[in-house]
Design a protein around this ligand. Structure first.
Ligand code: UD1
Length: 435
């Protein structure tokens, strides 16, 4: 087992470059199932989730290789494989985004149904509703969802639930609709930049998607898509994580190729609490100077404040003057980081889906454990600012979405390293145990 240790209290300075977006890379890799011929994709990060998707696509009959320049080539070389095993889905829920392209290309998809996770139940009813509306028959057998439909037909689909639109649900239905007969209209579609990126990829490959970036997507069915060269957008959540890391350490860093237009809600909130954010050299500079002040925010679908930045912001607001209130409207149960931050001296309580943060003067280093990806990022961020040593365990979650995070933070001046955690070889004998 590994852990990250951080000696807090160092201001970050220098520059860091943002990798391609995980949440764009995964569905775009899956979209290559739809294409005839090879696609070469630049900017796909080298993270655990991407490695799971590479293995999964290989099991689905694709050749997937990384070349020396870091780009990835993907091509269907064994046509007609349609079964996605639970061993992939249990590692990565986003495996579900092969459902739409498999159904669209081969008329059949069998994908293990994802279970819940630490941030909630995470149903897939809207994915299935959308595919059914296109004419697919959905059944479940031995824990697997089986979608079948030789011919899919375009129709109008409303794809929102009580929490708003679904990101991967929109991706699945959009991908299946590309090869359907006629026109599909997806109302209440997700507008996230990663969905926009997927739509741009599909269009370059020959699809007819319009309304990109709005909540109404129109998809004209085409006969076939072809392989293309494409470059993934930079990861706004990774950029946002570095922004918060700079802010919490009163640092001054330039985040190269961060796309400011994707970070408006994050930038606005940082400025509101006293952080200086400026556009510079095709990226953004984030300076934490004076005191931080409390703020209220709600995690919402794009263009609202991203739920994937909520835990990192909770860390930041834990040392802001006053009381902050964060309402989590996308994943109401995304609160795994709160108890761990309190171990570091934060004063945070939960009321339903609301996180109430009473700012403290300082955080203290402690041993903490990440229960999910963004919780892991929030604990590393807290450790950068805390007095003394913080040890973060549960790195398998962090590594799902960040490439060499500790190395890049060390390059910015943080005292941080990854070490192998020694297991307890001799358990101490229990003392005074009651029979
Ligand atoms: C994607 C992102 C994830 C991000 C999330 C919200 C990827 C790989 N993951 O996840 O990082 O946190 O968007 O921005 O892109 N829901 C239903 N029924 C469904 C589907 C979803 O009720 O069929 C609910 C979910 O439980 C949740 C909300 O809708 O409350 C949003 O979930 P969704 O947008 O689907 O998240 P993902 O696409 O899984």
């Amino acid at each position: 087992m590994e852990k990250i240790t951080i000696e807090g209290g160092r201001r970050l300075h220098g520059r860091v470059s943002v990798n391609g977006a995980k949440n764009a890379a995964l569905p775009i890799m899956a979209a290559c199932i739809l294409a005839h011929g090879p696609s070469r994709i630049k900017g796909i990060p080298d993270i655990a989730d991407v490695r799971v998707m590479m293995d999964l696509l290989r099991c689905l009959g694709m050749t997937v290789e990384r070349s020396k320049d870091g780009s990835m080539e993907l091509e269907v070389t064994r046509p007609g494989e349609t079964v996605t095993l639970y061993k992939f889905v249990e590692k990565m829920r986003a495996s579900i985004c092969v459902l739409g392209p498999l159904l669209g290309r081969w008329g059949r998809a069998e994908v293990a149904r994802p279970g819940g996770c630490v941030i909630g139940d995470r149903p897939i009813d809207l994915h299935l509703k959308g595919l059914q509306a296109l004419g697919a028959t959905i059944t479940q057998d031995k824990g697997n969802i089986i979608a079948e439909g030789g011919d899919l037909y375009g129709t109008e689909i409303h794809l929102a639930g009580s929490f708003g639109p679904t990101v991967l649900g929109t991706a699945n239905v959009m991908m299946a609709a590309c090869l359907a007969k006629g026109t599909t209209i997806i109302k209440s579609a997700a507008c996230e930049p990663e969905i926009q990126d997927l739509a741009h990829f599909l269009n370059l490959a020959g699809a007819k998607v319009s309304g990109i970036g709005t909540s109404c997507l129109t998809i004209g069915g085409v006969e076939r898509l072809c392989g293309i060269d494409y470059e993934i957008i930079p990861d706004r959540i990774e950029a946002g994580t570095f922004m918060v890391a700079s802010a919490i350490t009163r640092g001054n860093i330039l985040i190269e190729n961060a796309r400011m237009e994707h970070l408006e809600a994050v930038t606005e909130k940082l400025r509101e609490i006293g952080v200086t954010v400026t556009e510079e050299d095709g990226g953004c500079r984030v300076k934490g100077t004076g005191d931080l002040t409390a703020a209220c925010t709600s995690a919402l679908p794009y263009p609202g404040f991203p739920t994937d930045m909520q835990p990192q912001f909770t860390s930041l607001l834990s040392i802001a003057k006053g009381t902050s209130v964060i309402t989590e409207k996308v994943f109401p149960e995304r609160i795994a980081h709160v108890a761990e931050l309190n171990r570091m001296g934060a004063s945070i309580r939960k009321e339903g889906n609301t996180i109430i943060v009473k700012g403290v003067d300082y955080l203290s280093g402690a041993e903490v454990k990440a229960a999910d990806l963004r919780a892991g990022a929030s604990l590393v961020i807290a450790g950068l600012a805390a007095e003394g040593t913080t040890e973060v365990r549960g790195l398998q979650h962090l590594d799902r979405g960040y490439e060499r995070l500790e190395e890049r933070l060390a390059h910015l001046g943080a005292k941080i390293k990854r070490v192998v955690d020694q297991p307890l070889l001799h358990m101490p004998k229990p003392v005074g145990v009651m029979p």
